[in-house]
Each structure stands twice: as structure tokens, then as C-alpha cells.
Design a protein around this ligand. Structure first.
Ligand SMILES: Cc1ncc(COP(=O)(O)O)c(C=O)c1O
Length: 396
């Protein structure tokens, strides 16, 4: 019954993906902390190894707690299968390796998370894969960069850290005419706000460490796709063989986080909109990057493809890098930390922290500066978040 896809998001986030009653009728699923699984006899082993039976072999290949997490993510993203990974980066790098071979090209949006930038610019070229950065907000520019060797277009929307919005359906239209795969990192939006597979994307990846966990207590990643054959290949040829498997304990924490994803996202984005409007009017603020502001470049596309604008925002203050550092160092409630999507409001300086692999002298071409401040707006009372920003901005 809980598999019924007609349930709405918040119901699926709680009940979806379950394969029936839990042992002892426990309402919450147990954590299967077992590395290996016993076979009844060699015929049973043969059935499991040849996928006639969906029983389990070994947790690096599959595990009941991981399967429940994968089933739930499949339903929430509207896919046909999912693979859980040890981290968001394990998911992203495995998906890229699964599509690319020497001689291929990957087109990447100008702004992506720092480690994704490093994989694309430092690791893939060692295996003969060429990367091309593009501003994917400009579809004409994309057309010029596509060649017969292009295999993948990879982007985040909203993008980290400048919240660039990329039109998923338009990119898929261009890509699929040419047989190019579209991979979307949906970490900032979550499936509650945006479903890239329904807009045409081939694969969605997440850092489940962020909003999916929601509590800053687990590292995890997941890839979801529409093609079940691809999911089998990703799981058994890449996740299982590279070995970047999620731990059952983390899968259980992420399942717990998913139950409240909708309710948390509604509050994150309510708070973020209030903070964005406050900063937008502040005399010491130069620019606010938040898709919910009507003046933001991607606002109309965000309205079309998202059902809310999310909990992430960035801003530039008037003044130099020192002034920006002063604001960050003066915050008291907002914690100076990387990561995002937690209950706590987190603040960071991308150029010095999450995105320090980007070349400092060329940051502008990637759409941000060395003084941009990123905020992951938490679930505190928004008046307290604003009061903290107010006292910090008053120090400059
Ligand atoms: C947009 C985005 N994608 C991927 C990642 C990587 O995820 P993880 O840290 O779980 O490997 C991050 C981490 O900050 C991120 O912000």
C-alpha cells in the first residue's frame, strides 16, 4: 500500500519504499548491521547471484536498510531506481565515470561545488576526458560548445555558491537531440522542490549529507535514474566495484531525515526569503543571490521548474574582502562551517573554503568573487537569524 505512487510527497517521504511489515511489527525499520547474508543452500546462492532472487549477498552490493533508502529516493525523485553511495562525491564521480571514456568531452556549468570542480578539472583529464565550462544559463553558448565528442552535460541548479539557475528542460531538449546524457545535482533543491527526471534529466545526484539528512549527522550520496538497466550497471559495475557504499547506519539516519524533508524545506525557504528580503534592503549589501527575489536573473525559470526557492542564499557586501571577513567573523548565532541543509544556520566564504580549488584570479568567469558570503539558512526563529546578521553588518 505504501508503494502507491499516487500518495503526495510528504506521505511518500514517511511511508514510501517499504516492502511490508518490519520484524516484530516495529513501526520504524531496523538497521541491518550485517556485512554478509547467509544462503539456504547453493541453489539459493545461485538464484541470488544471478538476480533470480532479490535476496542479499553482501552489504557492498546490497542490504535491506540501503534498499529501503534507495526505494524511497526512487519514489521521491520519480525515477525507476536509485543507488546509495558513501557520499555525494562518490555518487557524482561514479556517475561521471559510468558515462565517460578516453576521448570523450563533458560540458559543466561554470559554477559547481568545489570537489565536483576538482573531479572534472583534475581527475577526469588523467583518463583522457576533456572538460569544457559553459554558462548554461545561455543556451546559445551551450550550442557552440557541443561537439560530436560531448557525452555528458553536468550541472547543479540552484548552483553552489551563486545560486545560478539552469533551465533543466531546455538543456535536456538540446542534449537529447545529440544523444548526450544530462546529469543534475539536485542537492540544493531536494526532490521536494524540484524533480529533474520529470523535466528530462537522465540522472539526478545528491549529497544526501545535506537536506536529506537535515541534521548534519551523516555523510551520504545517492543517484537516481529513469533507466533500471543503467541503475544495475551503476550499482554493480561502479558503486560495488569502486566500493563507495553507504553504511546501513547512515541509510537509517537518512531515512529518518527524509520523513521531515517537506516540513523542513517549507521552513528553510520561509526563513531564507525573509533573510533575502532583509539583506536586499540593507545599505551595506551590494547584491543578494536568491532565486526567490524577482530581481534575481534565474527567478522566472526557478518559478517554472521549482515549487519553492529553497534555503540557500549568498550575498556580497559593499567594501573589500576584509569587510566581508569582518562580517563573517562577527556572526555569533550563524556557525562558520562548510556543509548546508542543517537545522543550524551555517555561514562560509566559498572562495576560502568549499571552492578554494577554483583559480583565484579567474573567479569572476565562474560567476562569484573571493568575498561572496554563503548562508545555509537554518530552522531557528528567523528574527534571531536577522538580528545576528544585523549586529555583524553593523561592525563594518
Ligand atoms: C552541491 C553539492 N554537491 C555535492 C556535494 C558533495 O557531497 P558530499 O560532501 O556528501 O560528498 C556538495 C557538498 O557540499 C554540494 O554542496
Amino acid at each position: 500500500m505504501a508503494q502507491n505512487k499516487s500518495y503526495r510527497f510528504d506521505t511518500l517521504a514517511i511511508h514510501g519504499g517499504s516492502q511490508g511489515k518490519n520484524p516484530h511489527n516495529a513501526v520504524n525499520p531496523p538497521i541491518f548491521m550485517s556485512s554478509t547474508f547467509e544462503f539456504n543452500d547453493l541453489d539459493h546462492a545461485e538464484d541470488v547471484f544471478s538476480f533470480v532472487s532479490s535476496d542479499y549477498v553482501y552489504t557492498r552490493g546490497n542490504n535491506p536498510t540501503l534498499r529501503l533508502f534507495e526505494n524511497k529516493m526512487t519514489l521521491l525523485e520519480g525515477g525507476e531506481g536509485a543507488v546509495a553511495f558513501a557520499s555525494g562525491m562518490a555518487a557524482i564521480s561514479s556517475v561521471l565515470f559510468s558515462f565517460l571514456k578516453p576521448g570523450d568531452e563533458v560540458i559543466v556549468h561554470r559554477t559547481v561545488y568545489g570537489s565536483s570542480y576538482n573531479v572534472v578539472t583534475k581527475i577526469l583529464p588523467r583518463y583522457g576526458v576533456r572538460f569544457i565550462f559553459a554558462d548554461l544559463r545561455n543556451l546559445d553558448a551551450l550550442q557552440e560548445k557541443v561537439t560530436p565528442k560531448t557525452r555528458v552535460i553536468y550541472f547543479e541548479t540552484p548552483a553552489n555558491p551563486n545560486l545560478d539557475i539552469v533551465d533543466i528542460a531546455e538543456i535536456c531538449e538540446i542534449a537529447h537531440h545529440k544523444g548526450i546524457k544530462v546529469v543534475v545535482d539536485n542537492t540544493f533543491a531536494t526532490p521536494y522542490l524540484q524533480k529533474p527526471l520529470q523535466l528530462g534529466a537522465d540522472v539526478v545526484v545528491h549529497s544526501a549529507t545535506k537536506y536529506i539528512s537535515g541534521h548534519g549527522d551523516a555523510i551520504g550520496g545517492v543517484a537516481v535514474a529513469k533507466d533500471p538497466d543503467y541503475i544495475m550497471k551503476l550499482k554493480f559495475e561502479y558503486m560495488c566495484e569502486f566500493g563507495g557504499v553507504m553504511s546501513p547506519f547512515n541509510a537509517w539516519l537518512l531515512l529518518r531525515g527524509l520523513k521531515t524533508l517537506g516540513v523542513r524545506m517549507r521552513q528553510h525557504q520561509f526563513n531564507a526569503m525573509e533573510v533575502a528580503q532583509y539583506l536586499n534592503k540593507h545599505p551595506r549589501v551590494e547584491q543578494v543571490f536568491y532565486p526567490g527575489l524577482p530581481t534575481f536573473k534565474g527567478h522566472e525559470i526557478a518559478k517554472k521548474q521549482m515549487r519553492g526557492f529553497g534555503g540557500m542564499l549568498s550575498f556580497e557586501i559593499k567594501g573589500d574582502l576584509e569587510a566581508s571577513k569582518k562580517v563573517v567573523n562577527s556572526l555569533e548565532l550563524c556557525k562558520l562551517a562548510v556543509s548546508l541543509g542543517d537545522a543550524e544556520t551555517l555561514v562560509e566564504h566559498p572562495a576560502a573554503m568549499t571552492h578554494r580549488g577554483y583559480p583565484k584570479e579567474e573567479l569572476n568567469t565562474f560567476g562569484f568573487t573571493d568575498s561572496i558570503i554563503r548562508l545555509s539558512i537554518g530552522l531557528e526563529d528567523v528574527e534571531d537569524i536577522i538580528a545576528d546578521l544585523e549586529q555583524a553588518l553593523a561592525k563594518i
